[in-house]
Design a protein around this ligand. Sequence first.
Ligand SMILES: Nc1ncnc2c1ncn2[C@@H]1O[C@H](COP(=O)(O)OP(=O)(O)O)[C@@H](O)[C@H]1O
Ligand SMILES: [Mg+2]
Length: 340
Amino acid sequence: MARGAEQTAVRGIVGADSRASDDPVRTRLHALRTGLEAGLIGASGLVERLLIGLLTGGHLLIEGAPGLAKTRAVKRLADGLDTGFARIQCTPDLMPADLTGTTVWRPDGGRFEFLAGPLFHSLVLVDEVNRAPPKVQSALLEAMAEGQVTVAGITHPLPDPFMVVATQNPIEHAGTFPLPEAQLDRFLLHVVVEMPDEASERRILDLVEGEMTEEATPMPVRLTVEELRAARAAALKTHVSPALKDFLVRLVAATRGGPAAADLRGAIEHPVSPRGTLALMLAGKARAYLHGRDHVVPDDVMALAGDALAHRLALTWRAAAEGQTARAVVAGLLDRVHPL
Ligand SMILES: Nc1ncnc2c1ncn2[C@@H]1O[C@H](COP(=O)(O)OP(=O)(O)O)[C@@H](O)[C@H]1O
Ligand SMILES: [Mg+2]
């Protein structure tokens, strides 16, 4: 990105919060954001969530029809990070060792040696995760939850930072293995990407045409691991008031058929667990930090509630048959449960 554009981006932050100028990492993060948005038309929500994943150490599941720039988004993020990156293209014949790595016998040295698989990178794109067979999915989800991989009885720690961004086609597509509901909550956020509107699509044509004839716009920054760690530490320090924590608890309690939503008791098979409440709080902190604030506001929680909670909520068969969706349930709760 041109120097002028980067400076405009910096002024944007300073406008939001004058303390941002004391925080060079936040300024670099903002440049990363601007660079991502420059190559991903109409995707500011997705970009924000990718950065929230980075800042919280959380994993992301991005869902959408083919051709909506899911892969492109993650590759572009990798271009803006000075960390290791691997892409795993899932197919039905993939095996767990294709992700984790294998132990091989070295006759010359007379010993076994572990050959680390693609999971041993700081940013891992697991493309079309619902085309991978269940054994691969469960190896992946275990690695995401534990930050380590066990091969032939030996445990190997994954890098730190370690972030998985998985993409999937809408679940009803043929030839796919839907991720098990109980394991979906390993993902911090489940982001759904929609078709672009006409104006955005028009800009996509210009952008991609330009890239085919000229050089693609490079990312303006490459964040180092140290910068990422510093940004994470700063984002974690973002303040959440007791009243806002109460709001988070009331919101999640409502998925358990609490007083705010007694009518939902018959619609929810599995409510959101405390892991979901924590995820929403952490994601809210990261969003506040990205917006140049040192405290979380109700808007942070409300903007992320759908992506942080809906995939952790299983509806009853009856509610699903009646056309109810988990996202609609969360949206409905936000109408009823108020911050104060
Ligand atoms: N919002 C967008 N911004 C920029 N390019 C886009 C956008 N949506 C689609 N494209 C273009 O469409 C193509 C498909 O992108 P890709 O990342 O392979 O999609 P997916 O992984 O979702 O199937 C790419 O050439 C990409 O540049
Ligand atoms: Mg793709």
